[in-house]
Ligand binder design. Sequence first.
Ligand code: HEC
Length: 243
Amino acid sequence: MADGSGIMSDAGSDVEFAEGHALGTRQDSKRMRQKISTTMTHPRPYLLVALLFSCLLPSIGCQSEKSSAATDILTPQQLETAERIGSEATQNLEESLGKQLKAALQSGGPEKALHVCQQVAQPLTAQTSDSLPQATVTRTALRYRNEANAPSEEARAILSEWETLLANGTELPPSKIISKPPNQAIYYKPILTKPICLTCHGDPSVFSPELTESLTKLYPADTATNFAEGDLRGAFRVVVELD
Ligand code: HEC
């Protein structure tokens, strides 16, 4: 605000000069005459500039106030912590989900695995959060099976950006961190489609009738099919609470 009010009071004193200068020093009155003559010769632009300043200053003032506040950005240490916790939490979840899926597919086929997956996905997320209390892990995707996993606007933008990178043959970054100062960060990690995922997220025309039936019953609005190996399937999203 300091800059703003400085300019404002300058503009104010110009107006005072123009109205009356009986108490001014000689130097003041010389300056005043220059100012008045400027005002007189170009009255309109001057007024416009003054108006413009009075309109713009409040917002400029607020912006400079905001960017100078220490809580506006996360510290390098906070970002490092977010990266470490995000990476640990997603690795845990990826490993345990992968193991459970594999075991269920081997012992009971996709229909059974699907039920396991459906019942287990959310509790597993909670379990991971218990071992890392400052992290809350969920999954999200542009095309999703469970509506609870629909992407936020932020997630949608990141996933779209990653899809474009993949389409151009560019390798994806291992993660992306969005700062939420003063003490929160969102860690995103891409999830790519592996061959095993195609059992339930691949071409639905080769799904068994049982699997198709279960999917239709459980997820009537499912759009998480027709993926190919290497496609971006979605992302882990970790909300990390920082000190
Ligand atoms: C046995 C079937 C099955 C297999 C195999 C499977 N999934 Fe899923 N997937 C599901 C079900 C069911 C859901 C919905 C879970 C829920 O309700 O949260 C799901 C949800 C997801 C989601 C959350 C977004 C959404 O669509 O709702 C992601 C991401 C995901 N799966 C990725 C994978 C990946 C990666 C693999 C391979 C490693 C894989 N899945 C293998 C059945 C499966």
